[in-house]
Design a binder for this molecule. Sequence first.
Ligand code: KG4
Ligand code: ZN
Length: 350
Amino acid sequence: MNKGPVYILGIESSCDETSAAVTRDGVILSNVVAGQEVHARYGGVVPELASRAHQQQIIPVVTAALQEANLPKSALGAIAFTRGPGLIGSLLVGTSFAKAMSLALDIPLIEVNHMQAHVIANFAARENEVLRQPGFPFLCLTVSGGHTQLVLVHDYLDMEIIGQTRDDAAGEAFDKVAKMLGLPYPGGPLVDQWAQKGDGRRYPFPHPFAPGLDFSFSGLKTAVLYFLQREKQKDPDFLSTQLADVCASVQYTIVNMLLEKIEMAIQQTGIREIALAGGVSANSGLREAIKSKAAVDGWKVHVPPFEYCTDNAGMIAVFAHYKFDAGIFCGQEVSPLARFPFRRPEPFSE
Ligand code: KG4
Ligand code: ZN
């Protein structure tokens, strides 16, 4: 019996991006993302303002996603939403909206872990896009403003965290250093732009220690702070003349810290297939470094298009497609989780 295609509406509202996407059998038909300008003047995301902006944006964003997919609500087969991790007030907007819509349309509800969805963004594609398919098992480095994780991906629904940051996330390190350099929020992309004109080996910064496959970035921020204070005392124009070299040196350090742990994970697991995920995977230094490692050391590397790296509902709907196929749904009693670590599902764990 031909059951016909399954359309899923995905909702993402974990931080400061309100997003809705529609997939047909896991293929992206629309992926609408509305950012929130309101935070720029505060130099970081203000949770209370984020929740309000989600509340204002969610209906227009969902309407736009359905329109772009050219799909009536009545054709939807399931509603998926980010349950966590994230800002609780922001998550509540997407969760409540998804619950209400699933009740109104009488269709199943699928909860999604935002961090697992970042990994699955490696499988996200529109019909006309080349489908990049990492082969299982692979390693995924998820680097965003809120998280830094090394994930061993056994299958779509079977992943384990093998390393993570003990303090700041990689994107947070970029943003905090950018702030010290007088660059506007979020400064990561600007550090990247300046770095392209500078020399990464000019100012060597220490690599803060973290055991095993874990990461630590907070020491780097402190090292840069003291370094800048010292240099500005010697030369008040230091920043304006050396910005490119400072940005390049910070980027070089962060990228090397990430690569060190990928290399260690490759040694420990024997897996040489590496995927990137999260906003920081847009970083040109990281992309170049990992690609040259691929060429020299024979790694197979996957980097999703930028649209699926930063927070977006496309990755939520694609992940939900695999849950739908496995028949994994949730009830109306579900509530969002600010912290939401994931582990291997029971039958798989050793
Ligand atoms: O995944 P994402 O959009 O949102 C979170 O879930 O956090 O990641 C945003 C983070 C920010 O910290 C931003 O500065 C960083 O990604 N980022 C970059 C670059 N583009 C975005 N960091 C360094 N270089 C870039 N090119
Ligand atoms: Zn994210």
